[in-house]
Design a protein around this ligand. Sequence first.
Ligand code: GDP
Ligand code: IMO
Ligand code: MG
Length: 428
Amino acid sequence: MPAVVVLGAQWGDEGKGKATDQLGSRVDYVVKFNGGNNAGHMVVVGDEKYALHLLPSGILSPGCVPVIGNGVVVDLEVLFQEIEGLEARGVDTSRLLVSSSAHVIPSYNRTLDKVTERFLGKRQIGTTGRGIGPTYADKMNRVGIRISDLFDEGVLRDKVEGALTQKNQILTKIYNRRGADVDAVVAELRSYADRVAPMVADTGLVLNRALDEGKTVVFEAGQATMLDVDHGTYPFVTSSSATAGGAVTGSGIGPTRIDRVVGVIKAYTTRVGEGPFPTELHDDVGERLRKTGGEYGVTTGRPRRCGWYDAVVARYAGRVNGLTDLVLTKLDVLTGFEKVPVCVAYDVDGVRHDEMPIDQTAFGKATPIYEELDGWWEDISQVRSWDELPVNARRYVEALEEMSGTRISSVGVGPDREATIVRHDLLG
Ligand code: GDP
Ligand code: IMO
Ligand code: MG
């Protein structure tokens, strides 16, 4: 019974939610270990569509215990809105556990996220504006507020006062905003204390015990490798560890417990927000991928930037995460192209790079070196077995597997839970 990490191998929105949900009833715990409601995962079950942000995708599988780990930043208002939204649709959320060490996103950090972006002007990151960056900065700066602080008004007030001593200076003197009021912040955070209390647990202990008992635990990343604060396209990244290491620090288990690391990857590439993206298409082909793939953000509704598959990124994700498997998604979106280009290396100032350049200036200048693969015309959205796929679609998958250096264990051909071709069992 394995411990499996499911993470994004590109710039996010690869279909992690669907991949996690699909493991479904065989999973005992699904743990979100990084990020917060900057994530948006669309899970489609028959006629029902669920947009999840803060809650792990396991919430949709009866019997599975969803866990918000210590590495997550929690917007309490969003947490309860999401819970209420799901309960109204008949989803049982009563098993949810929340780490007492997870940090909360106070309202002043949402304000700071937005005003900082405005202040950055053309250097802006294109954040989701959810207060993610300022809350992780507070955590590292040791002025963060944790879930465990909510339960003692004296402790909470002390921490909020400490944080606002710094933050109100920044808000008022740099950004010309009104400072946050200690009483109002304390009152708002305290208003959630009684509701969140029954969910709070020592989730690290719970998860270690579950693994001791041979339970199946899936660690589901938000964001992705290229958005990871250490390994991504810094500074155009999110503020958390979205790579495999984050599953360990963000949940309180040791690295030796992990059996499998699954990278979810699209058959092409998308990115939201600013930052370098070598295979981006600025033409009508990019528009076609956006339209056919429905590439609009689940969280902000922003159109996603689209481009061809990048095998350099895939190999990099393989190395940084120690991937054992790739889950390839959205192959159906590529139906109907005469030729499908795939980036195999970069050209940087006339020099060929087969691996990720070591600095961002070089990556920013990278132009893709493409290999063109033959396309297919058949509608593959109803295909459920490898042998039924058109030969060129199979060749495309095999070529990506070869170039990316990690086996492709399943292939997505549609948004629905069922629209998947399984080649290797991720839990077997
Ligand atoms: P996540 O953030 O990684 O969970 O991904 P998102 O949910 O933000 O974006 C992936 C989108 O692609 C969602 O709308 C999914 O329903 C959809 N999707 C996932 N897998 C497939 C697939 O194989 N084919 C198609 N056409 N859509 C898919
Ligand atoms: P999922 O989990 C795609 C991007 C934002 C921005 C940068 C920093 O659905 O794959 P942040 O608000 O995190 O400080 O923004 O990261 N970003 C995402 N892009 N999918 C996501 O999540 C993202 N979460 C953050 O667009 O460029
Ligand atoms: Mg998403």
